[in-house]
Design a protein around this ligand. Structure first.
Ligand SMILES: Cc1cc2nc3c(=O)[nH]c(=O)nc-3n(C[C@H](O)[C@H](O)[C@H](O)COP(=O)(O)OP(=O)(O)OC[C@H]3O[C@@H](n4cnc5c(N)ncnc54)[C@H](O)[C@@H]3O)c2cc1C
Length: 134
């Protein structure tokens, strides 16, 4: 995030990502060996992410993808959605976060969030968000 503590020097970054939402943060976290600057217009990145799942930080759904997809739109719309869901499956998403020190637990509806018993749940969530963005 760029704020008054950071200085943007021309030529310092290879990639500039505009916006610090879930998609941008995930992209930034997966870019390696490249200098990335993530610019967010609000005071904090991941604002919407923070309020997902009723404030539990819902990161994926642990239900079987085919069962999960039933909740979305028409069969045609589900056919459109499925490749995106399967490209990074819920299981792979769980592994991704666990490998970065944020194990996920499934709630009653299959919603997967950082372990609610983890004392620093939100800050660890936000640490992941910041891990590749400087
Ligand atoms: C109340 C609520 C509950 C939700 N619950 C769930 C849930 O349980 N499960 C689920 O899967 N999804 C949930 N969602 C949806 C989920 O939050 C969004 O799908 C997700 O955040 C979209 O991510 P994004 O990166 O595409 O966009 P956003 O999260 O909207 O991120 C875009 C970012 O870009 C920034 N930005 C915009 N313009 C500029 C600019 N010109 N310069 C710099 N920065 C800019 C914005 O400030 C924002 O931070 C919920 C959404 C809301 C509002």
């Amino acid at each position: 995030m760029l704020n008054r503590h950071y200085r943007y020097d021309r030529g310092m970054y290879d990639i500039i990502i505009i916006g610090g939402g879930a998609s941008a943060l995930f992209l930034a976290a997966n870019i390696t060996d490249t200098r990335v600057l993530l610019l967010e217009k609000t005071a904090q990145v991941g604002n919407k992410l923070r309020i997902t799942g009723g404030g539990m930080c819902n990161l994926t759904n642990c239900d079987e993808p085919d069962r999960f997809l039933i909740h979305f739109g028409s069969p045609q719309q589900r056919t459109f959605l499925k490749p995106a869901l399967m490209n990074l499956s819920p299981a792979a998403t769980q592994v991704w976060f666990t490998e970065r020190g944020v194990p996920l637990t499934a709630g009653r509806t299959g919603r997967c969030s950082p372990d609610p018993l983890m004392p620093e749940r939100s800050s660890r969530c936000s640490k992941i968000r910041h891990s590749r963005t400087g």
